[in-house]
Write a protein that binds this ligand. Structure first.
Ligand code: PFF
Ligand code: NA
Length: 438
């Protein structure tokens, strides 16, 4: 089967697809939500630290597992080890992917709804009431289904013909439009207040709330890099041996962080332009505040169309990477055709997504708490596997195709992913579980 397996057409295609997975609603919607509940810039500091110190080596761990095995996450763990335990553990990633797309496609639906409503100005009169009227319920289900179908259409066309072709067009468009939006945002009256909230940390808050910030910041750092779910394992499984993983990984993490920070330059000045501060907390904050700002600002309607259009592209280039995890699982492990696997999982997501689209409680728990836990635990599992099962094979895999620096960093990297980072991730998990136990 291995010789008929799909692969990326070009190196750039792989990089853009991975960046496309990383850049998404995490940067524009989930980050402001998590940051506004956890001290703003204080959250940003912890989050950026984790992106750098855990994100980059962690990304390389997933790449090594994927390229070595040329399999989906389940097949990867079972083909690279003899233990039944690891292969059972691999199924956690299919569950994680299902939970991820089940709420992500609801938010994607909201974005499509706002994109359409920007043309008619439907939310201009009363942004708060508008959001409450569409967020959970029949409309939310309908637009979640639309977003899901767009996602499935791209995945159904395959790695080269669907994912690579789509993200090659989407990513440059996203960057160009975001730069334009940021330039517009910086001219607004509230820009400096917004940037202050975004960029200057309250160190006192950081000290007193560190253990609350930590799990949320770790979860968000992994979420933004698409780590801990197996997306990056899957994408790297379509990669040849001739690429330098350290170079590609650093580039992907760097570009995601840049786009993420850039998105902050768009979102926070707009949020503060009306003096509304961080807006209403919760998953709807960005929607209500941004819509309110677009309604009030010069050229707001044009900007709104561009903004929600960009966000829709960013969301799609991420949702396809979520759907690709279970699809590649069925294709690799059960020999199902890509089309059939896509249809089967789309059917499942119609149901699981609708549950999220109907219940604010389910949505809040899955999209917030549960995802933080699953991604943190998931990445800890991948890294322990890299360090203790692959060991020197992981070093060899990381070195393959890498330059001088990559050769030398491979062994220290193995200690980091085998020991230091799992300890950190487990500590993070415990710090979030202890309060739950009372
Ligand atoms: N990184 C994506 C975002 O920031 O929107 C979300 C994501 C995609 C998380 C794929 C996990 C994943 F496997
Ligand atoms: Na992201």
């Amino acid at each position: 089967m291995a010789d008929t397996r799909e692969s990326w057409q070009t190196r750039l295609g792989f990089i853009l697809a991975a960046v496309g997975s990383a850049v998404g609603l995490g940067n524009i919607w989930r980050f402001p939500w998590m940051a506004s509940e956890n001290g703003g810039a204080a959250f940003l500091v912890v989050y950026l630290g984790i992106v750098l110190l855990v994100g980059v080596p962690g990304l390389l761990g997933e790449f090594v597992i994927g390229r070595r095995s040329k399999r989906n996450p389940v097949g990867a763990l079972s083909s690279l080890s003899d233990s039944k335990g690891w292969s059972a553990f691999g199924h956690v990633f299919v569950v994680t992917a299902v939970l991820l797309l089940s709420f992500y496609s609801v938010v994607g639906g909201w974005i499509l709804r706002y994109f359409g409503a920007s043309f008619t100005g439907a939310y201009f009169g009363n942004p708060g009431a508008y959001f409450s009227s569409i967020n959970y319920g029949f409309e939310a289900v309908a637009f979640h289904v639309l977003f899901l179908f767009l996602t499935a259409a791209i995945v159904g066309f395959g790695v080269k013909g669907g994912i690579e072709r789509a993200t090659k067009v989407m990513m440059p468009a996203i960057v160009v439009l975001l730069v334009g939006l940021a330039a517009w945002g910086l001219t607004l009256d509230g820009a400096s207040a917004g940037l202050a909230f975004y960029l200057s940390p309250d160190l006192g808050y950081l000290q007193t709330h560190f253990l609350d910030i930590l799990p949320a910041a770790a979860g968000q750092a992994l979420f933004t890099l698409s780590l801990g779910a197996g997306t990056m394992v899957t994408y790297a499984s379509y990669l040849g041996e001739d690429r330098s993983l350290p170079v590609d990984g650093t580039f992907i993490a760097g570009l995601n962080t840049l786009v993420g920070v850039l998105a902050g330059f768009v979102v926070f000045p707009i949020l503060f332009a009306l003096g509304s501060g961080a807006g209403q907390p919760g998953a709807g904050a960005v929607f209500v505040s941004l819509a309110g700002a677009f309604a009030a600002l010069p050229y707001g309607q044009v900007v709104a169309v561009v903004f929600f259009g960009v966000v829709a592209l960013a969301a799609l280039s991420s949702s396809i990477s979520m759907l690709e995890i279970p699809v590649s699982f069925l294709v690799d492990e059960y020999g199902v055709s890509r089309r059939k696997a896509t249809v089967a999982f789309t059917g499942l997501f119609l149901v699981t997504g609708s549950v999220n689209a109907l219940s604010a409680q389910v949505f809040g728990f899955v999209a917030g708490t549960l995802v933080n836990l699953l991604l943190t635990g998931g990445l800890a599992g991948f890294l322990l596997f890299t360090g203790w099962v692959l060991g020197t094979d992981a070093v060899a895999e990381l070195r393959s195709g890498a330059g001088d620096l990559g050769q030398r960093l491979a062994t220290p990297w193995l200690y980091a992913v085998g020991v230091v980072l799992p300890l950190f991730l487990v500590f993070t998990l415990l710090s979030s579980l202890l309060p739950l136990l009372g």
